[in-house]
Design a binder for this molecule. Structure first.
Ligand SMILES: [Fe+2]
Length: 321
């Protein structure tokens, strides 16, 4: 076990980590982006040294650790390699100057910082709308570490996500979700059906439709599922926690409908557009899950990452039902 910073041993926290003044904003979870304030920066004031120790505690593999070296632009994809690949240890050690991004995943399961993050997952779940709570399957926390001035490219996620700033600053741009001029059907199909995580295409002429949020420690922002966003880091190293929830309506249904349609198209069968015929969608999702096989389907519904199979997952206690 690595040495633990004393700040991580604080166990005297209050139950509510989302600021009391902003809890009613969570009625709009997965409907529109919004900003909020939180206590996590006080309860978990992580440093780069803490993250180096955390990276050494986590299992190896893409399911737990990711990093990208070099300068990226707003339109770059996740798989771009703009600079020579460093080791994770070198990336972390030189983060102030090496223009890199590090992401550590499933950190809500960590023995040391996991407890406060599991409380955070439950607290955000508790202040969300009943509609959203009924949709949630599971949650996960990640930590992002960014070099000064680094841009995180335009993208959207299937998860409902929340970015909570702990150190440094960021300017975040979030576009509305559900507008097919911003996210056309073809991009959703490429993401859900073909698994292309870089399917979102930045549209400079729609830049003015984005809401802008300036984040300092204690600030957070919500990105609804399929809501595009990009992030411009400030002039110092940034540490932020990303909270993700997998939802039944997308991870357990819509994703399978797109995958079904994509396979049908390869066989020369034109299937109806997802979302237009709910009963047909239900049948397609069911058929696709059956085709995947019971074991594989269960993993996909739960959103477990293949190489992270068997790792514990966080599931909500439905305290407000
Ligand atoms: Fe994101």
């Amino acid at each position: 076990m690595n040495a633990v910073s004393p700040i991580l041993q604080n166990t005297s926290r209050t139950a509510e980590l989302v600021d009391a003044r902003d809890r009613d904003r969570f009625a709009n979870v997965n409907l529109s982006p919004f900003g909020f304030r939180h206590r996590l920066a006080l309860e978990l004031p992580l440093t780069v040294t803490d993250l180096i120790a955390l990276s050494e505690r986590l299992p190896d593999g893409d399911a737990f650790k990711g990093w990208q070296n070099g300068i990226t632009g707003i339109s770059d994809g996740w798989n771009q390699r703009p600079a020579e690949r460093l080791t994770l240890a070198d990336t972390l050690a030189g983060i102030e100057t090496n223009n890199s991004l590090v992401v550590l995943k499933h950190i809500e399961q960590d023995d040391i910082i996991g407890p406060v993050l599991r409380d955070l997952l439950q607290d955000m779940f508790d202040c969300s709308s009943r509609r959203f709570r009924e949709d949630v399957i599971m949650g996960e926390c990640l930590v992002f570490l960014n070099s000064p001035g680094r841009m995180t490219a335009y993208h959207f996620d299937l998860e409902a996500s929340f970015l909570l700033q702990l150190a440094g600053s960021k300017t975040v741009y979030a576009w509305p979700c559900g507008d097919r001029a911003i996210v056309p059907e073809s991009e959703i199909a490429a993401y859900c059906g073909a698994g292309n995580l870089s399917a979102a295409v930045y549209k400079p002429d729609l830049r003015h439709l984005a809401q802008t949020y300036y984040l300092e420690p204690g600030d957070g922002v919500h990105f609804p599922s399929l809501g595009p966003h990009c992030v411009q880091n400030g002039d110092s190293v940034s540490i932020s926690i990303n909270v993700n929830y997998d939802v039944r309506s997308l991870h357990g249904s819509l994703r399978h409908v797109y995958a079904f349609n994509q396979r049908a198209a390869k066989l020369g069968v034109k299937a109806g557009q997802p979302g237009t015929r709910p009963l047909a969608d239900k049948a397609k999702a069911k058929a696709w899950i059956a085709a995947l096989g019971a074991k594989s389907a269960a993993r996909r519904i739960l959103g477990r990452r293949r190489s992270g199979e068997g790792y514990p997952i966080w599931e909500p206690r439905n305290t407000n039902a």
